[in-house]
Write a protein that binds this ligand. Structure first.
Ligand SMILES: *Cc1c(COP(=O)(O)O)cnc(C)c1O
Length: 416
């Protein structure tokens, strides 16, 4: 690891003068990354956990692709690299999530990959009856896992994430959950859940949508069997960017995708009568690779070159703590209810605050140039993409939020 990119964790002092926060930026080993991104001037963008911004190079590089690859090569492009993009980018994302080479493919959406991975897992445990899920997981995860269980003749058992570990019994085929809770940013103990599941003979499917590119994930070391995740959040692949799917290498040979499209065939251009799955992770492809989306994701992933994930995570979590420290310093601690873990090492790159007037507060923040998001019924969510944010940005956002919270209390009475 480059010594300049070691995890960096400055102490946050009680008094937060502008100079203090500027000094934190001056000492930030990731400070140079911000200039790689095209961000509107004056905006504090705390929504990179929903949709990451484009890199400055995107416009030029993407145009170059349109003109000189698609435009000039036409059908020839398929034979000059496009066909291999799903695996090539899979390996690049694999390095960010601790998956070995050849284990990860970029294809389809997270929702579709959840279904493919779940059905593949359930087929390996067809003698069992139950899929355990987190009852508060992201809606698409819950809907798709329920459908996959039903289609496999099994039932879903939903429960709080903290109970998943103890609930794995002999009838459980699969445990499926998100590594980081999209609402609270609580990080789940991946390796411990995998250990409990494997001890009972069950498999694990983990959704890394809120971890990939920002939290250290050692997929191989955890032993997780299947993983999926988004390309457009912290990976900055652009709106609707293709997603990824990763399979534990020693399981791969036994697995089947439930949608055996021709691009998952061992030899698609033989146009054979019968389906025969490709030997590697390509068997989890389906139709023709979405090259426009893959190309944008490829350009976006260049911003991660030479970045150590622990350094990104340390800064993202510190930014979260800085938001809380700023609210406290401005007298607004307790004016909204913190629903994220206080301990940095137990939360992802996000802080969530509950407030009965969360929607109105988020709108007021947006008017003042601070973009976060609202999650019904009452959650204000602030994401900390460590590549694009300065400590000063978060300090400024915190001061504006503190003022809004205090004004709101004056007008509407105590909120919480
Ligand atoms: C963002 C997110 C998704 C999104 O799924 P799409 O198929 O891309 O719409 C799914 N699961 C989780 C946990 C997410 O955070």
């Amino acid at each position: 690891m480059d010594s300049a990119l070691r995890p960096f964790a400055p102490a946050i002092p009680d008094r937060l003068a502008a100079e203090t926060v500027q000094a934190m930026d001056a000492a930030d080993p990731l400070a140079d990354r911000r200039s790689l991104f095209a961000l509107p001037a004056g905006l504090v963008y705390l929504d990179g956990n929903s949709l990451g911004p484009p890199t400055v190079t995107m416009v030029e590089r993407y145009t170059d692709f349109l003109v000189n690859e698609w435009g000039a090569r036409l059908i020839g492009g398929w034979y000059e690299g496009w066909m291999a993009l799903p695996e090539r980018l899979g390996d690049r994302i694999g390095r960010l999530i601790g998956a070995p080479a050849g284990a990860t493919i970029v294809a389809d959406s997270t929702s579709i990959n959840l279904y493919k991975a779940a059905r593949a897992a359930l087929a390996l445990r067809s003698d069992r009856r139950v899929v355990l899920i987190d009852e508060a997981d992201f809606p698409t995860d819950r809907y798709v896992l329920a459908a996959a269980a039903r289609d496999a003749g099994m039932a879903v058992r939903a429960m709080p994430a903290r109970r998943l570990q103890e609930a794995v019994e002999a009838d459980v085929a699969l445990v499926a959950f998100s590594h980081v809770d999209y609402r609270t940013a609580a990080e789940r103990p991946l390796a411990a859940i995998v250990d409990a599941a494997h001890a009972a003979g069950a498999l694990v499917l983990v959704d890394l949508s809120h971890s990939a590119g920002v939290l250290p994930v050692d997929l191989a070391d955890s032993g997780a069997d299947f993983a999926v995740g988004c390309g457009y959040k912290f990976l900055n692949g652009g709106p609707g960017a293709p997603a990824f799917l990763s399979v534990r290498p020693d399981l791969l040979g036994e697995t089947r995708s439930p949608i055996p499209g021709w691009m998952a065939h061992a030899d698609p251009f033989a146009f054979a009568g019968e389906f025969e799955p490709a030997a590697g992770i390509r068997r989890f492809a389906c139709g023709t690779p979405p090259v426009l989306g893959l190309q944008a994701l490829a350009i976006a992933l260049e911003a991660f070159a030479d970045c150590a994930i622990p350094a990104l995570a340390a800064k993202a979590r510190r930014l979260g703590s800085l938001l809380l420290a700023t609210l406290a310093a401005e007298g607004a601690a307790g004016k909204a209810r913190l629903i994220s873990p206080t301990a940095e090492d137990r939360r992802g790159a996000q802080i969530s605050l509950a407030h009965p007037h969360a929607a109105a507060l988020m709108a007021a923040l947006a008017e003042r140039g601070v973009i976060g998001d609202f999650r019904p019924p009452d959650i204000m969510r602030f994401g900390f993409s460590p590549l694009i944010l300065r400590y000063e940005d978060v300090w400024r956002a915190g001061r504006i939020l503190a003022r809004l919270l205090l004004e709101h209390e004056t007008q509407a009475g105590p909120a919480v």
